[in-house]
Design a protein around this ligand. Structure first.
Ligand SMILES: C[S@@+](CC[C@H](N)C(=O)[O-])C[C@H]1O[C@@H](n2cnc3c(N)ncnc32)[C@H](O)[C@@H]1O
Length: 195
């Protein structure tokens, strides 16, 4: 079963609802400040941003405010329950610059070279396994993110509580070069970008 099909399962969505509540809880907001963490990704007004694994929108709402009315946030997640919840929040906040998409990011189905910034926030496992059961295997995710990013675009990765082997694996992929770490966010530019 594909990640997208799994996301349609009523059972899976029911099981994941409590996790969704935890992801947007008051306690989390006390412990983690999404705006401060996002500053580490250097988002700019007017950018087109792809957020992979947006969940219930802990980072999406702040990201949408930073990029402003001229910007465009594509918040992507395969789970219907999370997509519905985020759509509710976007509507309640009156945000016009967010498109919530229920989709597996391994096949993002976005135009090549169309994205200024990819956010991988809280979505990668500590150890980047190549096992097919890992929802976001780096060896499949990175080429797709490289494809959708503009030549001058950047990838920003934030993981909690520690980044484990992921930063090293991204560097070793040969697709991205390390720029810097700020506010816990690892930033990369494209290697071999076709301009
Ligand atoms: C731990 S949650 C983090 C959610 C959010 N980024 C946050 O920090 O609150 C991981 C999210 O990644 C999503 N995810 C898992 N596999 C995915 C895939 N193949 N494509 C896009 N999103 C995926 C899950 O559905 C889940 O919402």
């Amino acid at each position: 079963m594909s990640t997208e099909d799994l996301g349609k399962s009523k059972f899976v969505n029911m099981l994941l609802k409590p996790a969704g509540s935890a992801m947007e809880s008051r306690l989390r907001h006390l412990l983690q400040d999404p705006e401060k963490i996002l500053r580490g990704a250097d988002l700019q007004p007017g950018q087109t941003v792809l957020e992979v694994g947006s969940g219930t929108g802990f980072f999406s709402m702040a990201a949408a405010r930073i990029i402003g009315d001229e910007g465009h946030l594509i918040a992507m997640d395969p789970l219907a329950a999370y997509v519905d919840r985020l759509n509710e929040k976007v509507e309640a906040a009156g945000l016009q610059n967010v498109r919530v998409v229920r989709r597996d990011a391994l096949q993002a189905r976005l135009d090549a070279a169309s994205i200024d910034k990819v956010l991988l926030f809280g979505v990668l496992p500590l150890i980047p396994l190549r096992h097919p059961l890992t929802a976001l295997p780096l060896n499949r995710l990175l080429p797709e993110m490289h494809r959708v990013l503009k030549p001058e675009g950047t990838l920003a990765v934030w993981m909690f509580p520690i980044a484990g082997l992921v930063p090293l694996s991204i560097r070793r992929s040969g697709l991205f070069a390390y720029l810097h770490k700020r506010n816990g966010v690892h930033n990369y530019r494209l290697c071999n970008a076709k301009s």
